[in-house]
Design a protein around this ligand. Structure first.
Ligand SMILES: *Cc1c(COP(=O)(O)O)cnc(C)c1O
Length: 362
């Protein structure tokens, strides 16, 4: 028997979450953002559930090829554009739309030979200071692109640093609006957080990433239940041992947990080599037979320990949900586990280890 750990990708949840994006922006078109191998879910595994989107956005050219290989003929957008001139050949061949965020990318386009002019998304750095033209350089970049025979339509794009938080989007949206007010072209501004939290913002193409995968972009301010989202990934395992602790007995490497009283614990076949964060401290939530419990002691490479007090009937083989959907309709949002580890749901789903077998549920 293989080690009893696996991950399940929930197609119904992906489709329902994408539906949430549509409902939040009924007049917009929706990019399903599938970068980083669909946030660790696997592009091929999410494709059927997300093909109701208007396009797929990603940044690795090999991933764009995979989307085309699945038969997708609609829009595919490279969120960082091309990395070197010859990437443009692939854009021409596969009909990829691409972001243009710097002068070099315009130079490369100007030197590119293509029958088919390219659709580009011109990116403004409206304050995030990662990619994009400064507002003062944006209009001349637009004019340069507009004069190129290699360029078809130009859409306008920016990205928010604080759509999930207190500072919000207004300072960036104002700069974007002031700079682009009289420019033609479709706009793409919203990521998941902006889409959910600032639905009044005009964004002709919204970029739905994390929300599709069932993580709340602004956790812990709001959770997935608040936003009507469902976990798209379950990581589950089983108890492979139990131990009866006496008061003072310790658990795991470094003896980081000492039993304050007699305690029954379960040993779960899941560790940091599966992508479960080693930084999760004692008290991280976990479901055993669908009942909420807590981890105790350090996470090791292949195992972790759980206090079985809330579920006395648990025994060898009991199902353990590390995140996602548990038995009996129980849900453990990935965001809660991420928070315990001091990180965000994005990082956990992207870090699911290769050794974990993954299946797709309808
Ligand atoms: C990753 C990414 C998104 C999606 O962000 P989420 O927070 O996952 O919705 C949108 N736009 C750009 C440019 C990105 O890189």
């Amino acid at each position: 028997m293989p080690r009893p750990i696996d991950a399940v990708i929930h197609s119904d949840a992906l489709a329902a979450n994408l539906g949430r994006a549509r409902a939040a922006a009924p007049d917009a078109r929706v990019w399903a953002v599938v970068k980083a191998d669909a946030y660790g879910h696997g592009i091929e595994r999410v494709y059927e559930a997300l093909r109701g989107a208007d396009g797929f956005a990603l940044l690795d050219l090999a991933e764009a090829e995979r989307v085309r290989a699945l038969g997708w003929r609609g829009p595919v957008l490279l969120l960082e554009g091309v990395f070197e001139p010859r990437d443009l050949e692939l854009c021409s061949r596969l009909g990829l739309w691409h972001t243009v965020h710097c002068d070099a990318q315009i130079d490369w386009l100007a030197a590119h030979k293509t029958q088919q002019p390219h659709r580009v998304f011109l990116k403004m750095n409206s304050g995030m200071n990662r990619l994009g033209f400064a507002p003062t350089a944006f209009r001349s970049a637009w004019a340069r692109l507009n004069a190129l025979p290699q360029v078809d339509e130009i859409s306008l794009m920016t990205h928010f640093s604080d759509a999930d938080g207190e500072r919000g989007i207004d300072h960036q949206a104002a700069v974007f609006e002031a700079t682009t007010a009289d420019l033609p072209g479709e706009r793409s501004l919203s990521n998941s957080a902006a889409l959910l939290r600032h639905p009044a913002l005009r964004s002709d193409w919204v970029r739905a990433g994390i929300l599709s995968y069932g993580s709340a972009p602004d956790f812990p301010l709001h959770d997935i239940a608040h936003w009507g989202l469902q976990p798209a990934m379950t990581l589950r395992s089983r108890l492979i041992a139990t131990q009866q602790l006496q008061p003072g007995d310790t658990v795991g490497y470094g003896s980081r947990f000492a039993a304050p009283q007699a305690l029954r614990i379960g040993i779960v076949a899941c560790g940091y080599a599966d992508g479960y964060p080693r930084l999760c401290p004692t008290g991280t939530p976990v479901l055993v037979d669908g009942v909420r419990c807590s981890t105790v002691g350090r996470v090791s490479m292949d195992m972790l320990a759980v206090d079985l007090t809330p579920v006395p009937g648990a025994t060898l083989g009991s199902e353990v949900t590390l995140w996602g959907r548990g038995p009996g309709g129980a849900v453990l949002p990935i965001d809660e586990v991420a928070q315990a580890a001091g990180t965000i749901g994005y990082e956990l789903m992207c870090a699911l280890a290769r050794r974990v077998p993954v299946s797709v549920a309808p």
